[in-house]
Each structure stands twice: as C-alpha cells, then as structure tokens.
Design a protein around this ligand. Sequence first.
Ligand code: FAD
Ligand code: HEM
Length: 826
Amino acid sequence: MKTSSFFGGVIGVALSFFHAIEAQDFATHGTYTHPDTGITFYTSSEANGTITGGGELSMVSWGGFTFGMALPPSALTVDTHEYIGLIIGSTPTGKGGWSGIVHGDKQSAAMPNHLMLLAWPTGVGDQIATSFRYSSAYQPPTAYKGSANLTQLYSQVNSTNWVLVYRCQNCFIFDDPSQSTFNTSTSQAKSILQGWAQSSVAPTDPKNPMSSFDQHNNGMGEFVVQVQSAMQASYAVWATKTATGPIATGTATATATFTPIPVPTATSYDYIVVGAGAGGIPMADKLSAAGKSVLLIEKGVASSARWGGTIRPENGWLDGQNLTWFDIPGECNRIWNGGTTGVACTDTDQMAGCILGGGTAVNAGLWWKPNPSDWDVNFPAGWKSSDMAAATKRVFSRIPGTDHPSMDGIRYLQDGFNVITTGLASANWTSVTANDVPEKKNRTYAHAPHMFSNGERGGPMATYLLSTSDRNNFHLWLNTSVEKINRVGGHATSLNVVPTNNGGRIGTVQLTPGTGRVVVSAGAFGTPKLLFRSGIGPADQLQVVQGTEGTTMINQSSWIHLPVGFGLSDHFNTDTVVSHPNVSYYDWPAAWLTPNETDRTNYITKRSGPLAQAAPNIGPIMWEEIKGPDGIVRHMQWQARVEGSNGIPNGNSMTLSLYLGRGEVSRGRATISKGLSMIVSELPYGDPNDLATVATAIDNMVNALKTIPNITWNLPPPGVSGADYLKTVDLTYANIGARRANHWMGTAKMGTDSALVGNGTSVVDTNCKVYGTDNIFVADASIFPGMVTTNPSALIVTASEHASDLILALPYPQTGHGGHHGGSEE
Ligand SMILES: Cc1cc2nc3c(=O)[nH]c(=O)nc-3n(C[C@H](O)[C@H](O)[C@H](O)COP(=O)(O)OP(=O)(O)OC[C@H]3O[C@@H](n4cnc5c(N)ncnc54)[C@H](O)[C@@H]3O)c2cc1C
Ligand code: HEM
C-alpha cells in the first residue's frame, strides 16, 4: 500500500487557485496533474476541518475531499456526455467511509433527481467499489438503471485517504428508464454544478458495491466546475487508458416487496380521508363524530409510540420507554440529521414527513393562534376571521399549546432569547404572549408557543386521533398509499390503494354508492399528485401521468382541467446570523444519540429540561408589518435559534431566520415527473416588491438590535444593507434549501372563481369541493390562497375543523351516482 499524502499532493502542485465562485460554492479550485496517470484535472477541494451540525453546505470535510474533472477539448462547442474524474476521499477514522458525487447541471446539483456516483475503499488492497444511484428525495438512493458507465483507470488506498481516477461515460445524461431524461450541456453553459458528500462511516458491506449505507456525516455541498478550465487537449489519449488496479463496480439490486393485505370486499365507506397529517386527522375525527363511517388512509408508518411507532435512537436510549423520537420535542430536528429513512416522503424534492401525523409528526411544533388578517385578507367569504372564530376556539380548547413546555414550568437555554430581547425592548418593540393577542404582529416579540403537552409532542395525534379511534365507525389504514381516485365523470366511486410497507392494503376500496365522499388531505405535494393521477389538473401534467401510466389512467375525455400545482407558496426565508459572548450552543445532534445524562434523566423521569423543548433553542419569535413599494402590507416573522448557519460555526452564534409571510405575492409551481415524483419547478419566491420589503425588514432588525452591547452581525456583515445582502444569497433552485421554510401551500387554491370558467383561477370552492366534481374535497395546506403570518399547522387544523362543518352540511347531489361529468362547472 502506498502512503503518499494525497492532499499534500493536490495542494502542492496546484497551478492556480480561484476563490469560491458563488455564495454556496465553498470549494477551493485549482488544477492538478495526477502523477501516476499524467492526467490533468480542474479540481474542487474542501479543506480538512471539523464538521458542525448536519454539515449543510459545508466549507470543510474531516480529512478533506477533492473532486477533479477533465473534459474533451471541444466541450464548449460540442456537448460531451463523458468526463474523466478524480476523487480523493477521506476515511479519517481509519475504519472506512464513503464519498459521493452528484452530477448536476447548469442550475443545480441538488441530491434529488441527479445521477450520483458512490465510491469507497473495499478494505482489500487498493480496491475501490463504485456504483451509480439516484434518489427522487432526500432519501437513501436506489440503483440507477440508466446508461452511465464507469471505467476505473487508477486506484490507491491508504488508511485515511484514497484516490480514484475513472472515465465516466454517459454521466452527463440522466436516463434511468423510470425518470424524465435530461442531458447536461457543456456547450450551452460555461460552468456546471457538481455536488459532493462524504461519510466517515463505512457502508454496511464495503465489499459489495451496492451495499446500503447511512446518510453523509462528513460534509456535503455543491461547487461550480468551469468547463473551459476543465478542457484538456490530451483527453482522447487519456480516455483510452486501461485500468491499473482491481475493480469492483456495482450492479442493480432487487426492489423491496411487501406482504399486502387485500382490501376487504363488500365494504364501503361514507368518507375516505387520504393522508393523516394536519388536515386529515381533524377531518376524520369530525366526520366520525357525526356518525359517518370513515376510513383514514396514511401511506407512512406509525410515528408516535402511542400508535405503535418503533423508530427509536439506534443506540437504544429510548428502548423500553413508551416513546419514539417523534414524541420528544428536543428530537424534532432528528429527521433532517440522519433520520429520514422511512420517515421523509420519497416522492418529492422537498422536505416533508410521510408518516402518521404528516408534518405534525416531524415539525418543531410551533403552534400559533391564527392572526385574523390571514383569513380576512387571503380567504373568500365564509372563511373570514369571524367565520373561523368557532373553529379556532374548538382547536385551541383541544390543543391549547404552551410557551413553557418543560413540566417543571422552567424555560431552559434562554441565553439567546435574553440577548435578542434586550435589544428589541430598547428599540420599543413590545413583548407579548402571542396566542393571547394573535393580531398583534407589528414590532412585537414572544416566547414560542408549541403544541406540546405533558412534555411530549402532542398535537393532532394526541387529541383528534385519540377521540376518533375510540369510535367503531372509524378505521385507520397505515402503510397504504392511495394511487388514484376512480371516478365516473365528476363523481368519485372508489380508490386504488397499494402497500408501502408490510401490513399495507392492496386493491380497490369503495365509497358508499351515491353518497360516499373523498377528502384529500395528502399535503401540498401529495394532494396535487393524487389529483393529477386521478385526471384532475392542467393538460401538461395529466399528459406526463398518461405517459407513465398509459391506459390505466382515466380516459382523456374525462379529464378535468384545473390549475392544480400552480399557486404554490411558502414562507420565503432569508437567514441572518449574529454572535454574542453570552450565547452558548447546546449540542442537539449529540442529544439524538447520546444526550447529556442529567437532561436525559430529567426528561425520562419528569418530562423536564431541554429535551422537553424544541431544538435548537427556538426563540424569540419577532414580527413586523412593512408596506412594500407596491403598497401591499407584508408580514415578517423572525425566528431565532441558537445555531450557526451559512458558514458561521456554532458556538456563540444565533441564526435569525426571516420569513416573508402574509402579503407575499410570489407564487411558484409544483409539477410531476415521469417517475411520478413531485418537483418545485418554479420557485415561489423573488417578486421584486417582495424582495424590497424583505430588504427593509433586515435593515430594521439590524437597527433594532444595535443597542445590544458586544453583538456582532456576521450576516449581513457590518455596513452591508439589506438590499445588498440579499443580492449575495442565491435565489436559485440550487439554493432552495436555504430559501424555503417548508410551509408549502396553495397547490389546490380555494376561491369563488372556478378555473373551469373564463379566467377563473381556483381549484376548490368554498366548501373545499374540487370544481367539476360532486364528491371530491381537499382539506389541507393546498387550499390556502396565500401565505399566512406564522408557521401554518394550527391554521391548517383550524381550516380542516371549519371545512368538516361545511362538508357535513352540504346536501348530496340529487343525481347521486355518476351525476356529474368531467369539465362541467360546479
Ligand atoms: C421540517 C418541518 C418543520 C416544520 N415546522 C413547523 C412548525 O414548527 N410549526 C408549524 O405550524 N408548521 C411547521 N411545518 C409545516 C407543517 O408541518 C405543515 O404545513 C403541515 O403539516 C401541512 O399539513 P397538511 O395536512 O397539508 O400535510 P401533511 O401534514 O404533510 O400531511 C399529509 C399526509 O398525507 C400522507 N400522504 C400523502 N400522499 C398520500 C397518499 N397518496 N396516500 C396516503 N397518504 C398520503 C403523507 O404521508 C402525510 O402524512 C413544518 C414542516 C416541516 C417539513
Ligand atoms: C442514506 C442516504 C442519504 C440521505 C438520507 C441523505 C439526506 C440528505 C439530506 C436530508 C440533505 C439536505 C440537508 C439540508 O439541506 O439541510 C442532503 C443533502 C445533500 N446530499 Fe444527501 N443523503 C443521502 C445520500 C447522499 C449521497 C449518496 C450523495 C452523493 C452521492 C448525497 C449528496 C448530497 C448533496 C450534494 C447534498 C447537498 C445539496 C442538496 O441539499 O441537495 N447524499 N442529503
């Protein structure tokens, strides 16, 4: 085994260095000639350094990481589909690890929907195992079955680093047969993005190139490769070199199979609710309380231990407790830090929980009594704040929420809150108890209220789901996905279901003939997906589904054309970062596997201490109303937490995330891919008046906090205006992770202007009924016509409470079974 210092080699012979090219490109770029093959690469290197937190958009990697690319000399004029690559990976513990490359395009090298190359030392001499994979979500990737082909040209391994030189043919083509094909053009873009990720933990079976492995823990990010700089005159000679070492490349693995339970025959339901999240659970409860037979279908597994959930920390600290990590407020960030498997949705490029409880099982539990203007400004008649008062009262009597969740009544880890609120108070902002005065959202601040109860997550799963499950007329199917709603014209008759896990159902489940109804509560991406697959949506989306499903899809003559997927909105996020000597970081990631012993004991025995609060020390929450240049008043919500971000390390830093809420005019679009995954194809951010108002909010906050002694503004740096700072934070799909709040809504918008008529824009009417149908309803985030002031889950539960009354009060169509036809107006 050779023992040269690989990184010393790269850095030592680099001919030239450029600084990071754009905000999220933290790599150092240069050129490097690999001594054994003589091949010269354009390199992108992450320095050796300690990873903090989840390693999001890391500036460093433990042991370092280098990727090199050589391209044919004609790459700028003729698209090349291949390159020669160099990976110098790290195994810093000496016990193996893996490294990965994401083949991006000119806009993005995000993990989902791009070709991934995985490589690691097998532990046998200089052997490196490689495999191609892809994933349509932030999930363990599956085998890639497209035409990419890798030839190893050189490999070398020592105890802490390894080198692989390889030819990658068809690697700029993404052509897995189940996915929409695209090519990355080297001639049209002067630069392309590549992603990288590393793990210091070896795959389960390092000798098997298709081994499973855990999520990266040693950095991840994206960098820009300049096509011109990577072009090499000798490319053709190098590309025909033959391998010099033992090779182990991967092959596709078999797909998982489940033992499904057939749908019972001769049974039908008055109501079938699709999706057990913030919208679906209260809906099922209210409908069953009215005596209707109700079936709630959820595609995920159980989350909370109360419902049979078993997903616990791997090292066993919760074993024997009637708790999973979903039940513990302090574990709420676990999902995005190594906990996605079997929890996060696999069919969207955004973050969402596909598990019992939906978003309410994985979120931070912030729980806001609705700001009345959110209803008054956004919603049509029948949904104004006065109409919503009764539903709000019912919701908050069942889930009051608390701003001091630890059962001993003490608020823990308050350094950050205390520092920031000193400044706000001297700037004459007002301290409020937010849910006592929900309308006071201008220059106010508060401790964050959460839906937690008895020191546990609580929320809809601990209230509405409990009461509904006590009734004999209620049925819950977990591990079961609704694939489509079968309908005759505008009338749904049955639903096709498939299992997603053992115990899931398979078959066609019937609605009560004539009077049965479907309520779709599958979330802002799940709902449009199900509508598309049921032939409801814009023609282009229905055609994509038809291309994949062929004649099993409802006949084109019955398609109902509505703008499903348009109207997408989300709180537009901009992170700012401050530091202060009084602020100290609590190591939440460590708490997931090995919590501080005192904190663990206090939580397990008394439901007290930091673990009874949401990670990472959330608060204060601050609000301001600002009129934009277009005269529209916009609501800003600032959410503070004790954690660094955007390259500022943890320690004494705080991230103040600024959410642009009600008044936001930007809208995006969610579309479906050939593989039937949902994608944010148009960002719901970026209207100039939105941006100008956000810039003012940043200036105002910098000004408000200026009296705090010893505060340091890291981002924006001192003297940089809000407007100039915003110009430095990318507003691209590649940077969506930093701009989204995961408060997606609006993809099946409510309104009185049916999109079936003239210039109408709405998908559902004010009874939540899909236009053109007589018994298909939507009750979840999708119906919201515009963004709200606060985090939305309590508003979604309230909307569902209200919707249940309207739906129950709605007379059945006189025509009964088959009464309406596709395309007719409702
Ligand atoms: C990481 C994160 C943190 C958040 N933090 C907060 C917070 O602190 N406070 C707050 O108010 N909001 C928060 N939110 C937002 C909030 O959780 C969501 O807005 C809310 O849960 C959306 O409710 P919903 O009913 O529309 O969808 P969801 O709650 O997502 O529920 C949809 C359900 O439908 C299921 N489903 C989808 N398709 C199908 C199908 N075909 N068949 C069967 N089942 C299906 C899904 O598995 C899921 O369980 C957060 C969201 C995320 C992702
Ligand atoms: C077990 C498998 C994996 C899981 C569960 C997983 C999960 C995630 C998550 C949750 C993020 C987002 C983090 C954030 O924005 O805060 C992320 C980002 C990223 N991942 Fe993975 N990942 C896995 C495997 C891989 C592999 C194999 C690669 C490369 C071959 C990779 C490359 C990336 C890159 C480049 C990013 C940053 C860009 C982006 O946000 O999309 N991941 N991953």
